[in-house]
Ligand binder design. Structure first.
Ligand SMILES: Cc1cc2nc3c(=O)[nH]c(=O)nc-3n(C[C@H](O)[C@H](O)[C@H](O)COP(=O)(O)O)c2cc1C
Length: 279
């Protein structure tokens, strides 16, 4: 066993001894007068992963212009710069006075967004336009914004690449936190490795499926077309869905409704198919 040391949890513990490799984003907003603001934010994560209510959560210092603009206007854009623009990203991080358009102090080019008024950044290969769903102000701490994703845009061509090609093509930097709020550490994506998720020894998870309702033949056939890795989860969801609707059996119509509700089209299901299931 290695010797371990217990660390005291201090304010800003997340950027202290604990290392969080993070996504670097530049959030663009408009103030009440319509002036552009841009600054980097990394306290960001997916919040609702379903396709009908896709949401993000972002954490802000409450006094930041970005947070205040979001509270005032309800809109913002999350732009992910490539590693070639780390210096420009740091320019936008300076504590510029209110009303300064940080993009003008960088090589970033504002372009119109589709669904919201704040601009997007042309040089960012991955962009998300958001509107506020809910704001939670933590006592003596951050302002947390839960936001609806209105649209996602990527540079043309990236959408056709598989992940192995897309990762180096986008070249997103990885944020590694700061020291004393002055020295920010980043790294570039170097060697990318891929690891296949294997089935547990002794059988496939799909083998554990138990139905607790009757299924009509066509619904069962549709269930068997669901990749084995997610079949158990889909079985439970389908039965719960049928029960919620007051049904005593799972019909193919209900199963189709569930698939629609959860966005389980062929393209989606294909992501869960193993190589042998795809053949
Ligand atoms: C890489 C990086 C990530 C950052 N992430 C956050 C963050 O998640 N939350 C935050 O409040 N500030 C974060 N900051 C600090 C803000 O960008 C900085 O305070 C900026 O001046 C705020 O600008 P604004 O007042 O125009 O919003 C980050 C800074 C850098 C360089």
């Amino acid at each position: 066993m290695r010797n371990k040391t217990e660390i005291k949890i201090k304010p800003f513990w997340y950027s202290d001894i604990w290392i969080f490799p993070k996504l670097i984003t530049i959030i663009t907003t408009l103030d009440k007068e319509g002036k552009v603001n841009a600054a980097p934010y990394s306290h960001i994560m997916q919040y609702d992963v379903m396709h009908k209510t896709p949401r993000m959560m972002v954490g802000f210092r409450k006094e930041s212009h970005t947070f205040q603009n979001i509270c005032d206007t309800g809109e913002f854009v999350i732009n992910c710069p490539s590693a070639d623009y780390l210096d420009d990203m740091m320019e936008t991080a300076r504590f510029w006075p209110a009303g300064v358009n940080e993009l003008e102090h960088s090589r970033f080019t504002p372009i119109p967004s589709i669904k919201v008024k704040p601009p997007s950044i042309d040089e960012c290969p991955q962009i998300m336009e958001c509107t506020v769903d809910e704001i939670k102000v933590l006592h003596k701490s951050s302002g947390i914004v839960f936001a609806n994703i209105e649209t996602i845009r990527v540079d043309e061509g990236l959408d056709k690449m598989d992940r192995g090609e897309r990762i180096p093509a986008m070249n997103l930097p990885i944020g590694l936190g700061d020291q004393n709020r002055r020295y920010y550490y980043h790294c570039h994506i170097g060697e990318v490795t891929m690891h296949e998720l294997m089935e547990p020894p002794g059988g496939q998870r799909g083998g554990e499926i138990r139905t607790t309702l009757d299924w009509d033949e066509e619904a069962l056939r549709a269930l068997m077309a669901v990749p084995v890795g997610v079949r158990k989860m889909v079985t439970e969801q389908a039965e719960n869905f049928a029960r919620e609707k007051g049904d005593e059996r799972v019909t193919s119509a209900r199963f189709a409704e569930l698939s629609e509700e959860y966005g389980m089209d062929e393209e989606f299901l294909d992501r869960f198919r193993t190589r042998s299931e795809r053949k």
